[in-house]
Design a protein around this ligand. Structure first.
Ligand SMILES: NC(=O)C1=CN([C@@H]2O[C@H](COP(=O)(O)OP(=O)(O)OC[C@H]3O[C@@H](n4cnc5c(N)ncnc54)[C@H](OP(=O)(O)O)[C@@H]3O)[C@@H](O)[C@H]2O)C=CC1
Ligand SMILES: COc1ccc(Oc2cccc3nc(N)nc(N)c23)cc1
Length: 203
């Protein structure tokens, strides 16, 4: 991984791109959770490759202990309180910056090479990394609802501004990015929500 590129993966409620409420996600979308797992786990060659997921300390702490680390992915937790970079156990890395974590992930002495690097939250991490030039892809699940949903945390992503540098890609582009094994339904309805999977790239 010489020039590491990062993909942000997030589900947000249009039009204001809400993503959280009182430290949790404002919704539970069963199929969307499966999409998140399938996309972040999928590698071209599972015997020689693995993906990494990078998250903020608060997101890590809100994963129940028995469900962390997220399986079949290298879990990188960012905290300014961590020393530079340390391997806690096989698939858990503590790092104090994105740079330190990318340095570690770029090393070649892993038993499996890193295919993709996904940033999976939370708000502080998303809202700093959207401006990082190494962020090349945005996998955004666009959620819509008629209901009033409590949200207190938002993405500050300039996606719908007229002079934005982010371009929504075609569904074919998204399909080739995630691979043909992943079925991309349109206008998925769950509870009070309708949602669509989208891929955005910089101009
Ligand atoms: N809708 C969605 O798809 C998702 C939504 N969410 C939501 O996001 C919210 C959580 O987000 P948030 O509270 O911002 O917490 P985060 O998960 O973003 O964690 C924030 C912490 O990460 C560390 N950190 C942040 N930036 C850096 C940096 N540049 N270098 C090193 N460490 C850094 C700091 O840890 P420290 O304080 O230890 O220094 C900071 O306090 C929740 O509501 C959650 O539900 C989360 C994931 C997905
Ligand atoms: C509490 O820990 C976590 C909270 C959120 C999280 O990320 C997600 C969880 C469930 C579904 C998700 N869907 C998308 N599109 N993106 C994410 N980042 C998701 C991963 C861990």
């Amino acid at each position: 991984l010489s020039k590491p590129s990062i993909s942000l993966v997030v589900a947000a409620l249009k039009p204001n791109l809400g993503i959280g409420y009182q430290g949790k996600m404002p919704w539970r979308l069963r199929k969307e959770i499966k999409y998140f797992k399938d996309v972040t786990c999928k590698v071209s060659n599972p015997t020689s490759q693995i993906n990494a997921v990078i998250m903020g300390r608060k997101t890590w702490e809100s994963i129940p202990k028995k469900f962390r680390p997220l399986p079949d992915r290298i879990n990188v937790v960012l905290s300014r309180g961590f020393p530079t970079c340390e391997v806690i156990e096989e698939n858990i890395i503590h790092a104090n910056s994105l740079d330190e974590s990318l340095k570690y992930l770029s090393k070649s002495d892993h038993n499996r090479s890193i295919e993709r690097i996904f940033v999976i939250g939370g708000a502080e991490i998303y809202n700093t990394l959207i401006d990082d030039p190494r962020t090349s892809h945005l996998l955004l699940t666009e959620i819509e609802t008629d209901k009033e949903i409590p949200v207190d945390t938002y993405l500050k992503f300039p996606l719908y501004d007229e002079n934005t540098s982010w371009i929504k890609q075609s569904k074919q582009e998204l399909q080739s990015f995630v691979g043909d094994e992943i079925i991309l339904e349109d206008d998925i309805k769950e509870g009070d929500f309708v949602y669509n999977y989208t891929l955005w790239k910089r101009k």
